[in-house]
Ligand binder design. Structure first.
Ligand code: NAP
Length: 396
């Protein structure tokens, strides 16, 4: 079977991918290589998968913005030219709400603006078509002379979904939608839910023993899980807008709830998430780290309000994602109230026993009514295992 794309070129060139997904010279995605007869060849994929490959490149750009763009979505884009040997000539990602969108960043990154004329734009999210804090990207795309646009997923806002596509098509631009759609959707789980419901996406996180206990025994070191699991927690914290714990956890652990130990690129421009403490009694030690450290202005206290109301209030303030880090009673209420959208549980190979379980709450009357984890993912961190997945609740 013929695989590859015709490229009448006289000089062949090998591409190199030193520890990266893109060629060091021309940014061709890994796995594609130019044959000596001058054709771009891909032994594993048919030619149409080029769209997937270049959208992967856009996704890699978009991932750089995760946790930094709220309440906007993280979006990445690349601009590709060349019939026979397509290559990335521009790339960009949305860095922060109020700054240019990924498409504009990609257009501005071109060494020469005329390179956009006739080129293909790959973008993880449908370009915006309305005036927000920045002008509509659809107009910038048309003005630049882009000929084809490949889009990962449509705008999740039903009021806007498809509008950008319509405008581009009406102006004669060829548009393909839905390439790597699920990956692109997953880039913005928080935004996707918040923009429709104004409720933040809630992730329940816990570090537990194999028997589901989350409290370390009184004379043990502070942590149940290992260093690699805890480092992963910091990556997770860097992706959310807020971290929430109950008064019991504040009193027991005096946690900092900060993002620490990230590599410089990931840490740059990552805001410290809000730290949210819920309490009924208001009995919260004033000397706690969250009230006294350098990020104390990022701490919010909610007293005597149901968890659902607290989350709704955070949503109104533009918080699109919340990591609930415990403890047992708060997580119990969160599951009882069906507020959790995703779990991230780290399980360490030890048995602690004792009364403090990962979730308290009322529980379910029958296993048929139990929330289930859809498509669970497991990853090892040394001897610990991390289980993540989205939560699905059965009909009541
Ligand atoms: N391994 C882990 O990942 C992990 C993580 C966190 C905690 N933990 C452990 O979990 C234990 C603490 O768990 P816990 O169940 O005792 O405490 P908790 O769930 O952290 O806090 C319970 C407290 O939260 C407040 N609260 C709960 N629901 C509320 C609501 N709807 N509105 C307002 N306030 C609300 C109340 O605070 P007031 O009492 O102030 O009224 C309640 O007593 C500790 O041993 C800690 O070390 C482990």
């Amino acid at each position: 079977m013929q695989r590859g794309i015709s490229a009448p070129r006289s000089v062949a060139k090998w591409h190199t991918w030193p520890g990266s997904d893109f060629c060091a010279d021309c940014r061709l995605p890994r796995g594609l290589f130019l044959r000596f007869d001058g054709r771009v060849s891909d032994p594993a994929f048919p030619p149409e998968s080029l769209d997937e490959r270049f959208l992967q490149a856009a996704l890699a750009e978009g991932r750089r913005g995760v946790g930094k763009t709220s309440p906007n979505p993280a979006v990445g884009a690349v601009i590709v030219r060349g019939e026979g040997e397509p290559r990335i000539v521009g790339s960009g990602w949305h860095r922060r709400a109020g700054l240019p969108h990924a498409e504009i960043e990609a257009l501005r990154s071109l060494p020469e603006p005329s390179l956009a004329r006739g080129a293909t734009l790959y973008v993880t999210l449908e370009p915006c078509s309305t005036h927000g804090r920045t002008p509509p990207c659809t107009q910038a795309i048309l003005d630049a002379g882009i000929r084809r646009v490949v889009i990962g997923c449509l705008d999740p806002n039903p009021a806007h979904a498809g509008r950008g596509v319509e405008i581009l098509r009406a102006a004669g631009v060829e548009v393909r939608v839905g390439v790597l759609e699920e990956d692109c959707r997953r880039l913005n789980l928080g935004f996707n839910q918040w923009i429709v419901t104004r409720m933040p996406w809630v992730i329940a996180k816990a570090g537990m023993s194999l028997d589901g206990r989350i409290a370390r025994p009184p004379e043990s070191p502070r942590w149940i899980t290992n260093e690699a699991s805890r480092a992963d927690t910091h990556r997770l914290r860097a992706q959310v807008d807020a971290i929430l714990v109950g008064g019991g956890t504040l009193r027991a652990d005096n946690p900092q709830l900060t993002v620490r130990g990230l590599p410089p690129e990931a840490a740059a421009d990552s805001p410290q998430p809000w730290r949210v403490i819920v309490s009924r009694s208001g009995n919260l030690p004033p000397e706690s780290a969250v009230f006294t450290d350098e990020h104390r202005d990022r701490t919010l206290v909610f007293t005597g309000r149901p968890l659902r109301e607290v989350l709704a209030e955070l949503g109104r303030q533009g918080v699109t994602s919340v990591l609930i880090e415990g403890g047992m009673r708060v997580l119990g209420e969160a599951f009882d109230e069906r507020l959790v959208n995703q779990v991230c549980f780290y399980v360490a190979p030890l048995l602690l026993g004792g009364p403090v379980l990962v979730t308290g709450g009322l529980g379910v009357g029958s296993s048929a009514k139990a929330p289930r984890i859809v498509n669970p993912q497991y990853e090892r961190f040394g001897d610990d295992v991390r289980m993540t997945g989205e939560v699905e609740y059965p009909a009541r």
